[in-house]
Design a protein around this ligand. Sequence first.
Ligand code: TXA
Ligand code: MG
Length: 335
Amino acid sequence: MDPAWTIDAQTLDEAAAVIRRGELVVFPTETVYGLGANAFDARAVAGVFALKGRPRFDPLIVHLADVAQLADLAAVIPADAWRLAEEFWPGPLTLVLPKRSCVPDLVTADLPTVAVRLPDHPVARQLIRAAGVPLAAPSANRFGRVSPTTAQHVRDSFGDQTPLVLDAGPCRVGIESTVVSLLGERPRLLRPGGIPREAIERLAGPIAVAAAPHAPGPQGAAAPGMLSSHYAPQAPLRLAPHAASPAAAVRPPDDRAWGLLCLQAPAAFEGFAAVETLAPDGDLRTAAANLFAALRRLEKQPLAGIYALPVAEEGLGAAIMDRLRRAAADRPADA
Ligand code: TXA
Ligand code: MG
C-alpha cells in the first residue's frame, strides 16, 4: 500500500469504537470497499441491509483478521478449506462453510452456511483486530449497482448517509473476491473473482461451477448472490457479441450517443461519445482494477448506453465477463 494512505492510530481506534457501538464503518480491502458491521451483532448487521437497500435473502461475507478466527465462525473446516486458505489468504477468496450458531441468521440469510474471507489489506485487518470482532461486509454501494473501488465512489453512492470511511486510496484488485463453496464433495465456484479459477484448480483439482445467474428471489439459496442483474450502471450496458480483432473498426450499435468500454482501443472507433480503455497494456489485472471506476465515469455522462467489448474468459477475464454480463442483464424492478 502507498504509505500516503496509511490510517493513523487515532482514526483506527475511533473506527473500532464505532464498530463496537453497533454502527457501520466503510473500510478498504484489496478488492472493493466494504460496508462493515460487527458480524456478531444482528442489530448492527440490519443497519448494513437497510443502508444498502439489500434484500434479506442475500447473505454477507464475514471478514477476518487472521486465519485462527475461522474456527470461531465455521463449524466444519474440511481439508480443502485449509489448503485454499493457506495458499490464497490473505487475498480475494471467500470460502463458504457450515456455520456456527453464534453467527446471526441475518448475516447468512438463514442459510446453514457462512461465507468468510481474510482480506489482503492492512487497514482492513487492523480495523478487525482493533474492533476485536469479525466484520460482516458487503461492497459499500447501493444494492445492485456498481461496486466502489475508491472512497469517493462510496460517498457518491451514499451521499450524506455515508458512514465513517477509512480512505486508503484505490483498491488494488478492483473486482470482488472469488466465492467457493466447500459443502460438497468437490469445491464449487459460486462467483468468479479476484483469484482465477485456474489458480484454485491447480491446488484443489477441477471445481464445479454453479448454475448460471438466475432471476432475483429467495429461491436462489444455492448461490444467493448470483442475481442476474447486478453491477448495473445507470446507462444500459450492451455487450458486443464477440471481441473485435485489434485490427477491426468498432461502431456504435445505432446513431445515438454510446460510450465504448474496451480492454484496449480498437484500430478505429469513430462515432462513440466516450471511450474507456481498461488496460492499454492488455493486462487483465489492470483491466479488473479499472473496471468499476470506468463504468462509473461512463454512467455519469448523458449516454444512450455503454457498448462493451468482451474480453477472453481466462484468468481474471472470467470475473470481468461475469460483471459485464450482469451489468447487461435486464434489471429487476427494485435494483
Ligand atoms: O471482495 C469481496 O468479496 C467484497 C469485499 C468487501 O470483501 N465483498 C463483496 O460482498 O463482494 P457482496 O455482499 O457484494 O457479495 C457477497 C457474495 C454474494 O454473492 C453472496 O450471495 C455470497 O457472497 N455469499 C455470502 N454468503 C454466502 C453463503 N452463505 N452461501 C453462498 N454465497 C454466499
Ligand atoms: Mg456487491
